[in-house]
Design a protein around this ligand. Structure first.
Ligand code: FES
Length: 133
């Protein structure tokens, strides 16, 4: 299991590597920021895996109006379904739309041994399991 970027916190398994197809559906997961839980996602682009908070840089809304659909039709850009902001999948930079020049919040995603992991780094921690006090 890969080391986390935070001492004592394990990398979090997200999905088998084959579940992320280049330019295809993303995998959604949840991260903790202080006491909040925030949606996040991982996608594959140009062979590599990338992950971001699922929050548009324009208004903090989730990007995918159809769950897991983050790419626009060409498969070259991530798109926010609300007002159409377009993001580079590998950098998270908004290259078109109302928040041009802003960026998605990037997470550290790694692929090892046929599996995709989120490697938590401050200020993003594994979300507390639901119902955990
Ligand atoms: S909320 Fe994403 S473009 Fe406006």
């Amino acid at each position: 299991m890969p080391e986390s970027g935070i001492e004592g916190v394990a990398a979090q398994f997200l999905c088998p590597a084959e579940a992320l197809v280049d330019g295809g559906s993303g995998v959604r997961f949840t991260v903790g920021i202080n006491t909040r839980q925030v949606g996040a996602f991982a996608v594959r682009f140009d062979g590599a895996v990338h992950g971001y908070l699922n929050q548009c840089a324009h208004v903090p809304m989730e990007l995918d109006w159809q769950e897991g659909q983050f790419f626009e039709s060409s498969g070259l850009y991530l798109i926010c379904a609300t007002h159409g902001a377009m993001y580079e999948p590998d950098s998270g930079l908004c290259v078109g739309g109302p928040c041009r020049g802003a960026s998605l919040a990037k997470l550290r995603i790694e692929e090892r041994d046929g599996k995709v992991f989120w490697v938590p780094e401050a200020p993003y921690y594994p979300a507390e399991p639901a119902g955990d006090a």
